[in-house]
Design a protein around this ligand. Structure first.
Ligand SMILES: Cc1ncc(COP(=O)(O)O)c(C=O)c1O
Length: 372
């Protein structure tokens, strides 16, 4: 970054103080559009991994640039700061928060811990990280198909809970369908199930919703229920490569998970997260851009006459009506990387939101493939 100046000792000391660090993001300019285009100029356009090319925010970039000299340090103080910020915003104690290397690390920790003490119940298809890790480490996983609206079939999942079940994984909104459960249904599901098994709600995309407060299950944690929530800086904050996520759960559950953590927090990621977490303007911008992308993409599916899921996330699952492999190969030839299919929806393909311009490119390629 051309404006970077090494920090003098005085400023560095000051930077380490909680107060200044927390105040240090004012005046953030929100747009990353120029950099987004530059970053993707040469390689294929990545519409494949539910990343967010509008991030990291300018405030996060500045925090990282100002941290270059501090790469020698363990990020213990930063971990405390971020935990405090999250706890305050979520209305829980700091002992309810565990920061992890992306939410992926947390998913694996839960898969390992709970998979050792019983069976796992999960939807199919859903985000596979917890399920796959549990299986790979010897657990039994019971998969329950989605309902006809491609949403979790909560009644069927509840019936699958047995005396052996230790954890039920609910990804809401769900990846790869992008669908959202009605919040009241999920709350009553938790009510019925939590005395028998821990309910793990993966809220990776909850910040992108119109009403995150109503849909997030943090009230269930506050009420002392047997619930784990997973959150991430990879989506709305556009920080997938920086690896910051966190759990919100009762302290006894946090204590159970913590010993399984493998990684250590990194200074860059933590300082970027602290800045971005307080950067409401960027989060609004990021959310608005993703919505604009969704609207461009869904119009393209409508124009091409293709069925698609009513996604509230930064990806859409749509029906190619044929071979997803053929479709993605054709897109690859146009320099567009798109996702794959998910059993049992073999002809459906997931596409992630890039920039608005990239979704325009995708729309043209889609039209040429299906209607050209
Ligand atoms: C539902 C869901 N949970 C968790 C993750 C993992 O994200 P990260 O490890 O980057 O926080 C993803 C990533 O795509 C996801 O879709």
């Amino acid at each position: 970054m051309s404006t970077f100046k090494p920090l003098g000792m005085d400023r560095r000391e000051a930077f380490r103080s909680v107060g200044l660090l927390m105040a240090g993001i004012s005046g953030a300019s929100v747009s990353n559009a120029g950099r987004v285009l530059a970053a993707t100029e040469n390689g294929p356009v990545r519409l494949i991994a539910n990343e967010n090319p509008y991030g990291p925010s300018q405030s996060a970039q500045r925090a990282m640039a100002e941290s270059l000299e501090d790469g020698w340090m363990y990020a213990t103080a930063e971990g405390r700061i971020l935990r405090k910020l999250i706890a305050e915003r979520e209305g829980v104690g700091e002992d309810h928060i565990l920061i992890t290397a992306g939410s992926g690390e947390l998913l694996k920790m839960a898969g390992l811990s709970f998979g050792r003490s019983g069976d796992i119940v999960a939807a199919k298809p859903t985000f596979s990280m917890l399920v796959a890790y549990a299986r790979n480490t010897g657990a039994t996983v019971h998969e329950v198909g989605l309902d006809q609206d491609m949403r979790h079939d909560l009644a069927a999942m509840e019936s699958s809970v047995t005396a052996n079940t230790s954890l039920v994984y609910v990804c809401n909104p769900n990846n790869p369908t992008g669908t959202l459960l009605p919040a009241d249904q999920l709350r009553s599901f938790i009510d019925t199930v939590e005395s028998r098994a821990t309910v793990f709600v993966d809220e990776a995309y909850v910040d992108l919703l119109d009403d995150p407060k109503h849909n997030a299950m943090v009230d269930q944690v506050r009420a002392g229920k047997n619930v784990i929530l997973a959150r991430t800086f990879s989506k709305i904050h556009g920080m997938a490569g920086l690896r910051v996520g966190y759990a919100i759960a009762r302290p006894d559950i946090i204590k159970r998970l913590r010993p399984l953590q493998m990684s250590f927090l990194n200074v860059m990621g933590m300082r970027a997260a602290i800045a971005s977490y307080q950067d409401d303007a960027f989060q609004e911008y990021s959310k608005a851009k993703i919505k604009e992308c969704l609207s461009v993409t869904q119009s393209a599916f409508d124009d091409a006459g293709l069925a698609f899921t009513p996604s509230v996330t930064n990806f859409v699952l749509f029906d190619t009506g044929g071979s997803v492999r053929d479709f993605s190969r054709a897109m690859r030839r146009k320099n567009l990387l798109v996702g794959r299919s998910y059993a049992p929806y073999q002809s459906w393909c997931r596409v992630s939101m890039g920039t608005v311009e990239q979704m325009g490119q995708f729309s043209e390629a889609l039209w040429a493939y299906f209607r050209g």
